[in-house]
Design a binder for this molecule. Sequence first.
Ligand code: ZN
Length: 417
Amino acid sequence: MKKLIGPITQVLTMERLPLKGALKDEQLEILENAGILIEGEKILEVGSWQSLKKEFPQAELFELEGNFVAMPGLIDCHTHSCFGGSRAGDFAMRNAGKTYLEIAQAGGGIWDTVTQTRKLRLEELAEKTVLNANRHLSDGVTTIEVKSGYGLSVEEELKMLRAIQLANQSTPADLISTCLAAHMKPRDYEGTNSEYLQHISSELFPILKTEKLTNRIDAFVEKSAFSPEEIAPYFKKAREMGFDLTVHADQFTTGGSKVAVEFGALSADHLEASTASEIWLLTTSNTISVALPGASIGLGCTFTPARKLLDQGGALAIASDWNPGSAPMGDLLAQASILATFEKLSAAEVLAGITFRAAAALGLEDRGKLKAGLLADFVLFPTADYREILYHQGKMKPEMVWKIGSLEGGKLGGREE
Ligand SMILES: [Zn+2]
């Protein structure tokens, strides 16, 4: 069954834009008074409303009244939205001037979330993940990357990744899972960092493959977590097994982006501490740079040098880093809009960063633009002018979210096969 949605005041297709480099708003392809024709889960055609109506009279019509801007469903390529507990205590301590170490000594930090997450049963964890995913979906985010990394043992990491897999079956949004067992060495592991990583790669990696739990391996390369030297054999093993790689890089200290580029990671995320040499490395590689403004806002830290990365020809995606510690807001559009004001990004650069450039960070080629053959994932904002979307800094919410050809999702709404 074909469905035709329109008339739409402006359709931002995000077509004909390069993966890398700075973008001007004039480069955006904007179709006016347009329609989107879909069949099943995919887009069949995007074009003039009048012509599509004439050409496909048998299509089921979804006639819109009022002004709308359509754009591809948003893609959040970096979240930790599967977790237990809250870190409101950390937030208060941090704002009271306590250091990272003092907060950790007072029982906060990542280890607190590990403790809270380990207490939850798989089903409870899945339920929480679904709630977060559905909230994100109503904000227009149709694809959400979700990391493990609060289990930090073979069994607990498996529980998290199985919970994400279960959650994926219960939300219309697509959840793309990533194994972040290399988040930190767990306090209850007696051994060195390298021994822990060796243990994870030999015991956990094979199960991830056989259970098809994820094809992505992430690592936190940072003074407080793992050094580039410690991560190298871990990534070597992961790459040999065919996993895609991604890195938490250059958040407080540099080193991570070099690892990312050396191992051909799909993305290097954070980069707040990147200097000229890291920016050069990244922009001359195929690794996507991912800015995480939510972490900068949450910690009151500097933003990723997004402007420099783009001006030097880099590919920049923007993600929420939604997590209970440093980025509790979990509002991709608000954070991307705020990053734009601090880093002087054009609307085209921001919207590319949360659509097709984010898709590239996840290695996904079937979404992120509105064109024939791609997934029918798109959002409709109640405005006649696309510039209003970022102008309202996240307060303008999409009125309609289409996910794989269904309004507000297919998996819940009865997917047509
Ligand atoms: Zn993160």
